[in-house]
Design a protein. Structure first.
Lengths: 201, 188
């Protein structure tokens, strides 16, 4: 819940930790499950997701604050698709070095609620400054969770840590598959819920 | 030829559906798979859209955009195609609550778009193979959603602690199904 009395910094911190979009409501969960095979992939996809959330929120806030106009969902999705097509053209070499399906997962951001949820639910009714901090917190929160899941997946699934090989044989190779993405995202949510539950007590 | 089409169908069913292939979990599926009746409507709406959108996106990619050298416009055009099919589905099934009430979830849906993209990138052989695989993917989506909902209805209320209910339980059930589908896919 967002209150008008909350400062920009409070909005940012809230979206980053206590109301993290991915762990709190499952927004963008496909990114954590499918886009975290390596930390490089997670960083790439998470950064693009953060950029899309920011652009959509800024556009929604400007349109709402200055022109009293709510941008339709289909316009936002179409503009996001054009931006993703441009990213694909600009980073085509880098994308070919990332794990399989990275391009498909990136394209899916055009249809995922994660890119539009803040713009539709919050940004169009608030000032530009607050919308930017709120969107930055949301995007950075998702990126942090993705990096955490990717780090564990890479460590156990491939035996890598921070780009260097630690084990000649990965301790638990199955975590490198989609199964690992599902189990570790579920684990991240359980840890988050336990921490929130203890915090309330 | 018949064998190739049959294999395309089976691989679509077991391997190339987005959940099995790379773990695409649409947000709406979590809420809709709590009860089998809801899941049936949700799966049918999604399954029909996956079949028609998947096949038409393959046709658009290989028979229209490829020859015109306009693949850079593919993603925006795929979204327009999805909305076109969504509109037609609303006209056809809007007054049937079983399917019509679930159509708003498919205005923008990653499972539908993901199925189309998987079909484009992993089925370059021929039009019949693409058609067969898109039907396979769509049936795979319907069956796996229904199985997940049956499992969740029986297990989630009693067997999972409150902290696991909702998304964590859904992901655990999905991972069990991923394992079983993956095991079957190793036969191909």
């Amino acid at each position: 819940m967002r209150l008008p009395s909350e400062s920009k910094q409070q909005l940012f911190i809230k979206n980053l930790f206590s109301e993290n979009g991915l762990l709190f409501s499952g927004t963008g969960i496909f990114l954590a499950v499918a886009g975290t095979r390596t930390t490089e992939q997670a960083f790439f996809l998470g950064s693009i997701c953060l950029a899309l959330i920011l652009v959509n929120s800024i556009a929604a806030s400007v349109a709402g604050d200055i022109f009293r106009y709510r941008i339709p969902l289909w316009v936002m999705a179409l503009i996001s698709a054009l931006m993703l097509a441009a990213v694909n053209a600009a980073f085509s070499v880098r994308l070919s070095h990332l794990p399989e399906h990275t391009r498909i997962i990136m394209y899916l951001l055009a249809a995922g609620p994660v890119a539009f949820s803040r713009a539709r639910a919050f940004s169009h009714t608030t000032s530009l400054g607050r919308a930017v901090f709120d969107a930055a917190g949301q995007g950075a929160g998702i990126l942090l969770v993705m990096l955490a899941v990717a780090l564990v997946r890479e460590f156990f699934g491939k035996g890598f840590l921070a780009g260097g090989q630690l084990f000649s044989r990965p301790p638990w190779p199955v975590l490198g598959t989609a199964l690992g993405g599902m189990l570790l995202t579920a684990l991240a949510m359980v840890i988050y819920r336990t921490a929130a539950w203890r915090g309330r007590k | 030829m018949t064998a190739a089409i049959a294999i395309a169908f089976l691989s679509g069913f077991f391997i190339y559906q987005p959940l099995v292939n790379f773990g695409i979990v649409p947000s709406s599926a979590e809420g809709m798979s709590r009860q089998p009746y809801q899941a049936l409507g949700h799966s049918l709406a999604g399954g029909i859209l996956i079949a028609v959108f998947g096949f038409s996106s393959w046709v658009m990619h290989y028979l229209v955009l490829g020859p015109l050298n306009a693949l850079s416009l593919e993603l925006p055009l795929l979204l327009l195609l999805m909305w076109g099919w969504h509109y037609l589905m609303k006209r056809l099934f809007g007054n049937r609550p079983l399917i019509g009430s679930h159509l708003p979830f498919y205005f923008l849906n990653i499972a539908v778009l993901g199925s189309g993209l998987l079909l484009i990138y992993y089925t370059p052989d021929g039009i019949l193979t693409a058609l067969s695989r898109s039907i396979g993917i769509s049936l795979g989506f319907i069956i796996s959603n229904l199985l997940i909902s049956f499992f969740r209805e029986k297990a989630e209320r009693g067997s999972f602690s409150p902290i696991l209910r909702g998304w964590p339980a859904y992901l655990i059930v999905c991972s069990v199904f991923w394992l079983s589908y993956h095991g079957i896919s190793l036969l191909f």
